[in-house]
Structure formats: C-alpha cells, structure tokens
Design a protein around this ligand. Sequence first.
Ligand code: NDP
Ligand code: PHD
Length: 344
Amino acid sequence: MTVRVGVLGATGAVGQRCIQLLDGHPEFELAAVTASEDSAGLPYSEAAKWRVDSPIPSEAADLTVRATDPDEMPDDVDLVFSSLPSGVAADVEPDFAEAGYVLSSNSSNDRLADDVPLVIPEINPGHLDLLEVQRDERGWDGAVVKNPNCSTITMVPTLAALDQFGLERVQVSTLQAVSGAGYSGVSSMEIIDNVIPHIGGEEEKMETESRKLLGTFDGAELAHHDADVSASCNRVPTIDGHLENVWAETRDDVTEAEVEDAFRAVESLDLPSSPDPLVEVFEDPSRPQPRLDRTLGGGMTIAAGGVQTTPAGIQYNTLAHNTIRGAAGAAVLNGELLQSEGWL
Ligand SMILES: NC(=O)C1=CN([C@@H]2O[C@H](COP(=O)(O)OP(=O)(O)OC[C@H]3O[C@@H](n4cnc5c(N)ncnc54)[C@H](OP(=O)(O)O)[C@@H]3O)[C@@H](O)[C@H]2O)C=CC1
Ligand SMILES: N[C@@H](CC(=O)OP(=O)(O)O)C(=O)O
C-alpha cells in the first residue's frame, strides 16, 4: 500500500533532506509541501533554495507550496513529516493532530512531554504505544511522534548496547557540523579557523532526551533511565556529520572486545531506511571521521571506533550524519515504523 505524505517546512535544510529521502521511497508518495506565508503559492522549485547534494526530485519540483495549516492539507494525506522551527511547530503541530493527521516531527518542542513518544525505531520501538495515552489525554484522532536531537541520536544506540552491563554514568563531548545550525546559522567568519565551545540548549537536550529514550514504558507511564548524563557541545568547521567522544561507566567490568561485540549486536529493523548493520564498528582508532564515514548506510548508520577501557570508564568515538540519521532520515524511519505498526 502506498502512503500519501506531506512535509511541513519543506523548503528548509531538514525539509529538503526529507524531500530527497522521499524521492523513490518504496512506501511513501509525496503529495503536499508547506512552508511560511512567504513561500505559499510558489512552485516548490522556486520557493526552495535547493542545497542538497542531488538534483531536486521532479515529483517535488512541480508541487505548489501550501501554507502550513491543516485546512490546506489534502484530505487523503495519511502521514505528515514536520521540520518547522520549534516555536512554529509548537503552535501548529497540535492543530494537525487534532485535524486527524499523524505527524512524525523533527522539531524539539514537546520531545520530553509525558505523552509524546520520542523514538529511535531500532532502540525503543515499544515507546510508540505511548500514542494510546496521547490520544486518550488529548482526544486527538491524529498523533505526534518525535525523533531526538541529532547529537542525542548519535550516541544513544551505543549507550543502549552498553545498558546490558548496567549503564551508570555518561560523559560526552561533541564536535558538531555547521549544518546543524541551519544554512545561515553560523557565519563563515565565525567558524573558519575556529571552534565554538557552546551550542545553546544542546547539552541539556543530550542529557534529558537520552534518559527518556533509554527509559522503560510499562503501558501507562514512561520511567526515564537513571544514568547520569553530562554533555559538552562544540561547533566545528565540518559541513555534515556530528562526531562525539564518549566516556561511559557501567556497573559491570567489561573488556574492549565485549563492548565492540555489544555495539555490533544492536539489531537493525526490516524497514526501508534501517541500515544493516545499525552500528559499524571500526578497528582503526582514527575512524570514524565525518568526511569519510558520514554517508555509510545512506547516512543512516551509526559509526563507532576507538574503543578502550580507561580509569574514567569505557571510552569510544561515535559519528552520525546529523541531517539524515539526526533529522530527516530519523523522521522518515519513524514514519516507516508508524506504518508497519498500523498507526496510519
Ligand atoms: N539542521 C539540523 O541538523 C537539524 C534541525 N532540526 C530541527 O528541524 C527544524 C527545521 O530546521 P531547519 O530545516 O534547519 O530550519 P530552516 O530554517 O532551514 O527551515 C525552516 C522551515 O520552516 C518554514 N517556516 C519558517 N517559519 C514558518 C512559519 N511561521 N510558518 C510556517 N512555516 C515556517 C520555512 O519556510 P520558508 O522557506 O518559507 O521560510 C522552512 O521551510 C527545527 O526545529 C530544527 O531544530 C532537527 C535536527 C537537526
Ligand atoms: N542543535 C543541533 C541541531 C538541531 O536543530 O537540534 P534540535 O532538533 O534539537 O533543535 C545542532 O546544532 O547541531
């Protein structure tokens, strides 16, 4: 069955990635694109300043951009991807859900809400059942599912693998690509020949979202994981791909080989966008690197390497493509999970 989909914020950096990933998708057919009032009424090819590294898909180019309003959405759209600025999303996503649309959203608003599933399909697919609580509490026919922040999603699959040894404490330092700030987010004069040791709100997102993702849902309430997570976030002059240095302390003693085996054992899913393997483990301690490894698995693979045991815990490096696995690809994969679990 083909699912007709819409993209909110389709002209933006993440929206364009979403349009790229939907081109030729085996289950989803693009039916509608929206943006701000400035873009509404224009052909998508004119409204979107196309900056993705493949030609603009013809199925999108000729669509007329709609205003971001549920009344403007075709009735036969089954699934809506949202990549709006979070302030805008906070206003309009509930309107879409109330109007009966199921949303897979990138935006950071409501990621920590008690009745909003925050999902990485290979890690916590069961949290999707929180939608029953959401529909009961909000009276929606539609629904809202979130994918996590791009830096959070880069480290959580490996932390989930370590949890079998009793995950107690995590410290992480990030090296985040400029695309994470959006096309005009960081000026060239700020970032060339430089590193900026602060990204507003990012550290708190990594610390809180990771504990929700690793938490346990009992069918009624979601208990967040009790590990201490502490993050330090840095912007570096790479284009795409967030690299992270992680130190994790576990209850049990573990060897480097056990850690690598645990990473390799994280299972992918039988969904079109889930890569196999999910976690690619490098023996070469100089990998993964953003330029060399960010497109593994179509940008959906989590790469890890440099595993060593230290007095501060297990140390390793992890990398993911921030606008694919960290944003648009994560939303598309959540859409595939919603479809396979019968929520559409
Ligand atoms: N960049 C990244 O790596 C990641 C981004 N995200 C999140 O995804 C979301 C989008 O980010 P990004 O693509 O970088 O942002 P952009 O600024 O590039 O794009 C924003 C999109 O929203 C539209 N828009 C802006 N204001 C309004 C409005 N008032 N009403 C309707 N539509 C509006 C824009 O339309 P128009 O073109 O007409 O202005 C555009 O389509 C954000 O919430 C961000 O935090 C999540 C993870 C990673
Ligand atoms: N803050 C991230 C990108 C982002 O937009 O994150 P979020 O989805 O949590 O707003 C970065 O700078 O790389």
